[in-house]
Design a protein around this ligand. Structure first.
Ligand code: HAM
Length: 361
């Protein structure tokens, strides 16, 4: 946790993640009365007081999604595929999808007991960290990456041998659905993830280009969290992704991100003061609908055209004496070089059609 005293000596902690906040918001604002299941997302900075290294920072940015109010495996399926599809649509390949079940209140205690028994039999091999976890949350020891504990971890009991029938069936259905959707999942019986609220499904998407911090995103089911923060008993499942790690992965694959901020329209002025004023007014008008640029440096026509090209503008609207006299704008499509004369009253409609898709911006 990133904790520090403020000026009055009060202890403050910056949020390490978003799921608990969503659970509290659900309770505080009675979101149970709204649509079911509730689908929600968040984007924002999270803080963890960790030793910084490549892909691990004290402040990172997460995109998270939570689906609240559905207990069946279909909800888990939707969240895993949404996470995978997010990465795939960004252009990533080389993803590994790890899946496990950590059981529920009925079967996890059996597994925890078996794990404790095993670890008590190997106390001399435990690191200091592991000894602490042994009493608090022995499950965490399962995915220990400590090389000194490798042999020990390999010999640990397998959670799959301890799941109750309901959890085993839930897990099997999630996995089958994913396979039917063509998502190659790997069973990861050691995957427990670092947060304590999970029940049943946990999953993680990893990428080879990231080195030690290989998790691009992850999540799982947390059927008891909302009740634990004072709300009703409502099941939920969700994930979050690290934006910086996603960018690192994209970079390692050489995927160029689209320059979405390039202007749709560049206004180019040919003339004097009157035309420049008209161009500024036209830019203000078009900005309601289009990403628009206009020359502010008093450049000549040729330099303005070069500038529009460099910015990647899709369309150029020419503002010259002839246009002002006739009330028709000259619109040039940069890619094809085609020109059209467009009546003032039709300008927005025609530009919308010409930029394609007609998206407002
Ligand atoms: P998490 O696995 O702790 O899950 O974090 C999600 C993602 O945030 C990680 O996969 C990683 O990409 C990124 N991340 C975490 N810590 C750092 C860091 N120090 N530096 C850079 N990136 C980092 C959660 O936070 C859960 N709330 C996910 C969830 C949502 N479970 C259910 N719903």
């Amino acid at each position: 946790m990133y904790t520090f005293p403020d000026r009055k000596g009060r202890s403050l902690t910056l949020r390490p993640e978003g799921t608990a906040s969503v659970a509290r918001a659900y309770v505080e604002h009675n979101l149970q009365a709204g649509p079911r299941p509730l689908k929600t997302y968040y984007i924002g900075p999270m803080f963890r007081y960790e030793r910084p290294q490549a892909g691990r920072y004290r402040q990172h940015q997460q995109i998270g999604a939570e689906l609240i109010g559905a207990s069946g495996p279909g909800a888990d399926f939707e969240m895993v595929t949404l996470l995978v599809d997010l990465f795939t649509s960004a252009g990533l390949t080389g993803l590994r999808v790890l899946l496990n079940s950590v059981g529920d209140a009925a079967c996890r205690p059996n597994f925890t007991a078996a794990l404790r028994d095993y670890l008590h039999g190997h106390l001399e091999q435990l690191t200091e960290d592991m000894k602490r976890q042994l009493e608090m949350n022995p499950l965490r020891i399962l995915d220990s990456k400590d090389p000194r504990a490798k042999a020990l971890v390999e010999g640990m009991p397998d959670i799959r041998d301890h799941l109750c029938d309901a959890c085993r069936e839930h897990h099997r259905t999630v996995r089958t659905l994913l396979e039917e959707a063509g998502v190659a999942v790997e069973e990861a019986p050691r995957l427990v993830r670092g947060l304590d609220y999970y029940t049943r499904t946990v999953f993680e998407v990893q990428h080879g280009g990231l080195g030690a911090q290989s998790a691009l995103g992850g999540g799982g089911r947390y059927d008891r969290l909302i009740e634990e923060v004072g709300g009703p008993s409502v099941p939920a499942v969700g994930f979050s992704t690290g934006v910086e790690r996603t960018l690192l992965a994209l970079e390692s694959e050489g995927v160029a991100l689209p320059a979405e901020d390039s202007p749709e329209v560049a206004i180019v002025v040919a003339g004097g003061d009157r035309e420049r004023r008209a161009a500024l007014l036209l830019a203000r008008r078009l900005r309601r609908r289009f990403r628009t640029e206009v020359d502010l440096l008093g450049r000549g026509l040729g330099r303005q055209m070069k500038g529009a090209n460099k910015l990647g503008a899709r369309l150029v609207v020419l503002v010259g004496e002839g246009e002002l006299e006739s009330g028709h704008w000259t619109v040039k499509t940069m890619e094809s070089g085609e020109q059209a004369s467009v009546a003032d009253a039709e300008l927005e409609t025609r530009l919308t059609a010409m930029v394609g898709g007609g998206e407002d911006s």
